[in-house]
Structure formats: structure tokens, C-alpha cells
Design a protein. Structure first.
Length: 318
């Protein structure tokens, strides 16, 4: 078993994506081409390798400021952090193996990295080695809807205000259509939120659109709300491991109260409830958004923000 730091260009793609597929922490955001496209190849990973396969990995997006090296969680990657391939059976053996693998990975992070920030998968079920290694852990929440029910039951479980929004969209003759890429969502967002689109953020948006096309329509697509022939709202979805992910949503201010966003979400559930077990809203700590997501009978699910710093308090990195 060998632990090493590998640049993106030197990672074995087949071994990497096999780890993503087999690790319970592996998310669509971990897939090699997702990371590589979004981060423009400027990333690396601590990889734990045993003979012909990867047993664990921790990808990170390395940056430099004031001569200090640090890594932060990249935008448009809701969950990242460590992935482990743990095939042990029984609680004692399973958690012993998790502890061993995670400690090996954390110990291999270069000591000259002075600040680290990552958001871990909700399915990291043994985070104690992070605590013991000096990381500060904070809870964040996503919201998940169980889809393995019939549609009548799902709709009846929605809050009354959510059902009203869906009826309002129908009254406004909102139609939902599928799009192969994310061009509509990007266009609406840029037009509606120009104050949020600086040159750096715009490049991330360009890369995100590339990611959607790279993943292919079976794993990434948009659903657009149309009023007459005008696209008034759009949500980018990912689909991976029987999970449907509400990834990125935007709506025109003129149609914010039209029910368009709720209509898209309901349509996505109708389209995928037989092939996906969960709709993940990708998290939010904002109260109004949390209320909106819970209106679809979503349950809060915790995931961890992990941070470790060797910096003086007066230094801030972003």
C-alpha cells in the first residue's frame, strides 16, 4: 500500500473513476473529467494505491497567495473531500479500516500547505480522524426527497404552499422542456445577476457548461420552464448512483412568482422517480431557501465542512 501526491495529469483516469464508483463517498463531483474540466487541470490529489487499484483519494484545488500555498473547495463542487474504498464487513473491521485509510491520506498532505478547506460527502461516516488530526469540523445541511414512492404519495407530502406554486405554473401555462446542455441557465443567470459575474466567476460558469456537456445527457441536463416561447427559468440537474441532484437553478425576475421553478422540480420528480431513489437539493444554509426545499417534503441531511489552518488570524485567503 502506497500513499502519494499526484498531479492531475498523472492520475490514472480508469482507476480514479472506478474508486469514485465504488466508494460510498464518491460523488459525481469526484469524477475525473468533472474535476479536470471545472478546475482547468489545475488540481492534484493524495492517492492511496494498492497494486492495481486506488483505495482512497483526497483531491484538492491548490492555490497560492502572498507566497503561501493553500487549497480551498472549488465552486460548483457541493461535496468533495476524501473517498475511501472500504470493503470490510462488521463494524469493528469497517471502522478500523476507515481509520487506517483516512489517517494515511491525511498524513500525506504536504506540510507546506498552510490552509485547507473542504466540504465532505454526507456519506463520510467516520470523520473522527479529521478531528484527531487538528481539523475543525462544522455541520452543513443539504435536503433530500425520497423518490421511491408513487407520485400521488409524493405530491400529497408536499407543503400546501408548494402545491399551490405547481398549480399556479399550470394556470400560467408554464411548460417544461429538457435541454442537452446548460446554455439557457447560464444565459439567464448572467442577465439576472450581472453583479455576481466577474471574470473569475464567468470562467467557472464557462467550465461548468463544459462539464455538463462532458458528462453527457444521461448524467447532466437542464430542464427549462417556457412561457409561450420564452425560457423564464432553468435548473441544471445531475444524475449519478440513483441520485437526482438539483445542481443550479435560476429564474427571471419577471417570473419569480409564476411557479416556474416549482413546476421544473415537480417535472424532474415525475421524470425520474422510477429510476432514482433520492432527489438531493445540493444544500443551503439560507433560511428562505431551506423552507422552499423542505416544501417538497425534503429531509435535512448533514455534511461536514472541514478546515485546517496554520495561518495567523490576520491573514484571510479566498
Amino acid at each position: 500500500m502506497e500513499t502519494k501526491l499526484i498531479l492531475a495529469k498523472d492520475i490514472n483516469i480508469a482507476k480514479w473513476d472506478e474508486l469514485v464508483e465504488e466508494s460510498k463517498q464518491g460523488q459525481i463531483y469526484h469524477l475525473f473529467h468533472y474535476i479536470d474540466t471545472l478546475c482547468s487541470g489545475s488540481w492534484q490529489a493524495v492517492v492511496l494505491e494498492n497494486q492495481d487499484k486506488y483505495l482512497g483519494a483526497f483531491p484538492f484545488f491548490l492555490k497560492k497567495k502572498m507566497g503561501l500555498r493553500y487549497f480551498i473547495h472549488p465552486p460548483f463542487c457541493q461535496y468533495w473531500g476524501v473517498m475511501l474504498r472500504n470493503e470490510k464487513v462488521g463494524h469493528q473491521k469497517y471502522y478500523d479500516e476507515s481509520k487506517k485509510l483516512l489517517k494515511l491520506i491525511l498524513e500525506a498532505i504536504p506540510v507546506n500547505i498552510k490552509y485547507m478547506l473542504a466540504y465532505f460527502s454526507p456519506y463520510l461516516d467516520y470523520p473522527l480522524p479529521l478531528e484527531w488530526a487538528g481539523w475543525s469540523l462544522s455541520p452543513n445541511y443539504t435536503y433530500q426527497v425520497k423518490l421511491d414512492r408513487n407520485l400521488d404519495t409524493i405530491l400529497a407530502s408536499f407543503a400546501s404552499h408548494t402545491r399551490r406554486e405547481i398549480k399556479k405554473a399550470d394556470k400560467n401555462e408554464i411548460k417544461v422542456v429538457k435541454e442537452k446542455g446548460a446554455d439557457t441557465a447560464m444565459t439567464i443567470f448572467r442577465n439576472e445577476k450581472p453583479h455576481l459575474v466577474n471574470s473569475k466567476n464567468d470562467q467557472y460558469l464557462v467550465n461548468l457548461n463544459k462539464v455538463v456537456h462532458t458528462l453527457g445527457v444521461d448524467r447532466a441536463f437542464s430542464l427549462n420552464a417556457m412561457c409561450d416561447k420564452e425560457a423564464v427559468a432553468s435548473i441544471v440537474y445531475f444524475k449519478y448512483k440513483k441520485m437526482l441532484i438539483y445542481f443550479f437553478g435560476t429564474v427571471k425576475a419577471t417570473h419569480k412568482n409564476s411557479g416556474a421553478m416549482s413546476a421544473i422540480i415537480w417535472e424532474s420528480i415525475k421524470m425520474h422517480h422510477e429510476v432514482c431513489n433520492i432527489l438531493d437539493f445540493d444544500g443551503s444554509m439560507i433560511e428562505d431557501i431551506e423552507r422552499y426545499f423542505r416544501g417538497f417534503d425534503a429531509e435535512p441531511v448533514m455534511y461536514l465542512q472541514a478546515e485546517k489552518s496554520f495561518l495567523p488570524r490576520w491573514i484571510r485567503l479566498s
